[in-house]
Design a protein around this ligand. Structure first.
Ligand code: ATP
Ligand code: MG
Length: 419
């Protein structure tokens, strides 16, 4: 034990468990990479105003959840609470959108920070893999992203998840709806904070999870009935494309999501095994965000999937990922054989074989325990007598069979057996 512990609301990823996280990140990224999304990495912190303006002054993320700090130079920064605003900021800064290559398709993977009340599936440090398609208004892009996320989850073996889909309208039709909803909300019995929220961002009241609020929302006007023809047609096209791809989804007229920048297509991935933190990921179209942060009009769409909750979802479904052992060959050196086997391990690694060796001067028993623990398929064992004969003992760790192989041939023999 050290004097220190991981800060509240955080946890460490430790082998072998951490391998799951790598596998989940890889599985989410794989379909994106094959669909033309390029990898982007941005700093862990940004100007606090990027999020205040981009994510929205009235959102929980900005009002309650940001970790902010002032540098010695007096700059106000925030640890990033989400990815989209940073990715768009970086794309604009690098003028990616000016090179005639719209849409700019990007994916990212990293740590995010929110000052929340920690509970299962809700942490102060968590990780996401996300994707953004910047600078094109095309229902096929919205559909592509939803299909790719579905593909990632299916590749992981997840079955007990649902895709909720809605359209939030655009700057033509949403204001009309907003007013109708506001008029409805003014007639309800709501607490002070919710009344304030209803005035600043009434759509977000629909997102309120408290039963006493949800009960009163029965009969609230639905955005669906207010969508303009352009938004309706756009949404129908997205729905048709996803349906044609065989991806099941549910229309959810109350889905609004917690960020201000969403327009038109909005979606959420929810999992049945996560209790109250049921959202594993979400996203949507954010046509106005670029202008909100000082850029040109760049209609865009994206999503972020939470890695932590995806791992919890896998556990809830009892899915064991097929993670191959890190080591294929383990060397056990006895007597004076250490330098020879150490050189052999280096050679194996150069040849692309995952190899390891026992350290710390252990005897045969201890070193064989290491070999077992490593999960290696083969052990290479040698002592002084073997070396005098120019051989090593090759042991198949599954069958237990052991036979001598010429030291000069052992790399080729192992490569052949492992191929
Ligand atoms: P929630 O409604 O659960 O608070 P959210 O709408 O704030 O979620 P998003 O901003 O859409 O979440 O983030 C996308 C995904 O990132 C979530 O679906 C979730 O998997 C993950 N995520 C968000 N906040 C946390 C957190 N505090 N701890 C762990 N994962 C999180
Ligand atoms: Mg949240």
């Amino acid at each position: 034990m050290s004097t220190f512990k991981a800060p509240k609301g955080t946890y460490d990823l430790i082998p072998p468990y951490s391998a799951k996280y790598l596998a989940v990140r890889d599985a989410i990224a794989a379909p994106l990479r094959k669909a033309g999304y390029g990898y982007i990495e941005t700093p862990g912190f940004e100007d606090v105003n990027l999020f205040a303006r981009g994510v929205g002054e009235s959102t929980d993320i900005v009002t309650k959840e940001m970790f902010t700090l002032t540098t010695k130079g007096g700059t106000n920064l925030a640890l990033r609470p989400e990815g989209t605003a940073s990715v768009l900021r970086a794309a604009l800064e690098a003028s990616l959108h000016k090179k005639g290559n719209l849409p700019v398709k990007l994916w990212y993977s990293g740590s995010y920070y929110r000052y929340e009340r920690p509970q299962a599936g809700r942490y102060r440090h968590f990780s996401q893999v996300g994707a953004e398609a910047i600078g094109a208004e095309d229902p096929a892009l919205d559909a592509e992203l939803i299909i790719l996320a579905d593909q990632a989850y299916r590749a992981l073996g997840l079955r007990n998840f649902r895709i909720l889909l809605n359209s939030l309208g655009d700057k033509e039709c949403r204001p009309v709806y907003r007013e109708a909803l506001q008029a409805f909300l003014r007639g309800l019995d709501l607490d002070e904070e919710t009344v304030r929220r209803a005035e600043i961002n009434p759509l977000r009241v629909l997102d309120d999870k408290r039963p006493e609020v949800q009960k009163q929302l029965v009969g609230a006007p639905l955005l669906r009935d207010y969508l303009c023809d352009a938004c309706k047609a756009y949404h129908e096209e997205v729905r048709a494309l996803i349906t044609a791809a065989g991806v099941a989804f549910e229309d959810d007229e109350k889905l609004v999501r917690g960020l201000d920048y969403y327009t038109r297509t909005t979606f959420e991935f929810v999992h049945g095994g996560l209790g109250s933190q049921s959202a594993v990921g979400g996203g949507g179209r954010y046509d106005g965000l670029s202008e909100m942060i000082g850029g040109p009009a760049l209609p865009s769409v994206g999503w972020a999937l939470g890695v932590d909750r995806t791992v919890l979802a896998l556990e809830a479904e009892g899915i064991e990922l097929d993670i191959p052992p890190a080591t294929s060959v383990f060397a056990v050196a006895l007597g004076e054989a250490k330098p020879v086997l150490f050189a052999l391990v280096t050679e194996l690694r150069k040849a692309g074989v995952a190899a390891d060796i026992s350290y710390g001067g252990k005897g045969l028993k201890g070193a064989m325990k290491d070999a077992n623990r490593s999960g290696a398929r083969f052990a290479v064992i040698a002592g002084d007598r073997d070396l005098a004969e120019g051989v090593v003992q090759l042991k198949d760790m599954e069958s237990g069979d052991q036979s001598p192989v010429a030291l000069a041939d052992v790399v080729e023999v192992l490569r052949g057996k492992l191929a």
